[in-house]
Design a protein around this ligand. Structure first.
Ligand code: ZN
Length: 251
């Protein structure tokens, strides 16, 4: 994985303003790993993708992460700082091939693979009104991820599995893909309530990218106004040189 150039990151940001959050994440990851097949991140598990996004965040914006949350008991606003390294379980940030996994529970024998961004995008498309509102997203996801479901010798439709078997598959998925659901432990300093908050790197990363892009465009404006340089010339400057010129023009 490489840190993409300012120009290519800005392009990702500009081209995906109205895109689905999952597509935004995939576009940023593709810009950072031009050596990979374009579909590799879309076919990676959610945890692999989020681990990659954390690594990219680290290379672009540093490893410190800061979230705010409101206490569910008293409403106090909490700021919590933590490091990408605290929540990343896979140091290797590149997507690998999907493995076939197996759950055996109450006589049911299930073969499945982990959900991917491709699955989520397909489901997001299936949620549109014209595609039928009757489908249950969790069952639809099972249908996509389960390659074989059997009870004794009978082959079953994955969407017809009983709830406790579905819960067993979900628990097994979570075990095999721990980075897919990162939780941060919080404790309110006012009332002492402790709870866990889900950390969503997809929306967090895009928020940071958005701030970065707005700042960069303001810098381009300041330098273009002062020196008459073109946008490509200003974007091609290293961040250090850009900052030195910005200091000189007092921006
Ligand atoms: Zn509280």
């Amino acid at each position: 994985m490489i840190a993409p150039s300012a120009d290519s990151l800005l392009r990702v940001w500009e081209d995906h303003q109205r895109a689905h959050p999952v597509q935004r994440a995939l576009a940023a990851l593709c810009a950072a790993s031009p050596e990979l097949d374009p579909g590799a991140w879309a076919a990676a598990s959610i945890g692999e993708r989020d681990g990659g996004l954390l690594a990219l965040h680290e290379s672009l914006f540093g490893s410190e992460l800061c979230t705010t949350a409101a206490c569910p008991q008293c409403g106090e606003r909490l700021e919590s700082d933590f490091s990408a390294r605290d929540i990343r379980s896979h140091p290797d940030a590149l997507p690998g091939p999907q493995r076939s996994l197996r759950v055996q529970q109450a006589g049911y024998d299930i073969e499945y693979r982990l959900p991917t961004s491709d699955d989520l995008l397909q489901l997001a498309g299936a949620g549109e009104p014209e595609r039928g509102a009757e489908s249950d997203p969790e069952r639809e996801l099972l249908r996509r991820c389960v390659s074989r479901a059997q009870l004794a010798d009978s082959v079953l439709d994955p969407a017809s599995l009983p709830d406790d078997v579905v819960a067993g598959i979900a628990a097994d998925m979570a075990r095999h893909d721990p980075d897919a659901d990162v939780r941060i432990a919080l404790e309110c300093p006012v009332c002492g309530t402790a709870w866990q908050m889900r950390f969503d790197i997809v929306s967090y990363f895009w928020g940071e990218l958005d701030d970065w892009a707005q700042r960069l465009l303001a810098d381009v404006h300041a330098l273009a106004s002062a020196y008459g340089w073109s946008e490509p010339a200003i974007l091609a400057l290293s961040p250090t040189r850009r900052q030195i010129y910005l200091d000189m023009v007092g921006a």
